[in-house]
Design a protein around this ligand. Structure first.
Ligand code: IPE
Ligand code: IPE
Ligand code: MG
Length: 255
């Protein structure tokens, strides 16, 4: 594989253990590299998506086990509709499979599952399953998982602007008084803290329309490992790397 030995940020090869007493509150992951993972094994791209969705289950379980509060994963972007129909159909049927499975597990595992993005164009059976997972998530206090499905940061910002414009038109809001908090409250992630750490596997150094508003002060971690291979060791390395950083938010180092 082209990127096998390349680490873009991160560096250390030996396993590292993060400090579990000061985990980031919210980790977001761009689950990228499924296609290349499959191609490298002479498999169809859809096999890569299956491997990717299995890895999502493993990483979400791990995040729940270590006591993470919020995990957001980028699963399907507003731009991914441009892929061949058979690939899109395969991805949608993997979602359906996952949602059916989640319905049986959320309560048992105390997990909240929220689908983020514009669900309107999704098939009615998927939308019905989303309503069911919303219902089954109510009152759960363990890991909160956001799955971004038909999600694009720009589309989300446009929808928030439309909501605010509507409020102005209804006389509920004065345009001069619109604050950043008002804006955040109209996003799909309303009520969810901004991500502290955004991880992108697969060697790409871009954000691809993910959490544009929410990532204002996120720490980024890029690795060449492809998503289906991104395991506990990789996650711990990313968290430990994050823990070594100084977040200043435009201020100066606290002494
Ligand atoms: C991420 O893997 C999954 C989706 C975007 C749906 P890709 O399918 O983009 O994998 P690569 O980037 O082609 O390897
Ligand atoms: C980003 O990956 C979207 C998801 C992982 C769901 P892409 O593979 O679609 O992004 P680009 O095309 O490399 O920017
Ligand atoms: Mg990709």
């Amino acid at each position: 594989m082209k990127f096998k030995n390349l680490r873009i940020f991160g560096g250390r090869e030996k396993p590292v253990t993060p400090d579990f007493s000061r985990l980031p509150q919210h980790i977001a992951i761009i689950m990228d590299g499924n296609g290349r993972w499959a191609t490298a094994r002479a498999l169809p791209r859809t096999a890569g998506h299956r491997a990717g969705s299995e890895n999502f289950r493993r990483i979400a379980t791990l995040c729940n086990d270590i006591g993470l509060k919020y995990l957001t994963v980028y699963a399907f972007s507003t731009e991914n509709w441009s892929r061949p129909k058979n690939e899109v159909d395969a991805i949608m049927s993997l979602f359906k499979e996952y949602l059916i499975e989640a319905c049986g597990e959320l309560t048992k595992k105390n997990i909240t599952l929220k689908i983020i993005g514009d669900t309107a164009p999704l098939s009615e059976d998927i939308r019905e399953l989303i309503r069911e997972t919303d219902r089954l998530s109510l009152g759960n206090t363990g890991l909160h998982v956001n799955v971004c499905l038909n999600y694009g940061g720009r589309a989300e910002i446009v929808r928030a602007a439309q909501t605010l414009a509507q409020k102005v038109r209804n006389g509920e809001l004065n345009p001069e008084q619109i604050s950043a908090a008002d804006f955040s409250a109209c996003l799909d992630t309303a009520g969810i803290p901004d991500p502290d750490l955004i991880i992108r596997p697969s060697g790409e150094l871009r954000i691809s329309n993910f959490l544009l508003w929410q990532s204002a002060y996120a720490e980024y971690y890029f690795t060449s490992v492809l998503w289906p291979d991104f395991d506990q060791e990789e996650l711990f390395r990313a968290i430990a790397d994050y823990q070594g950083r100084s977040r200043r938010y435009g201020g100066i180092e606290k002494r």
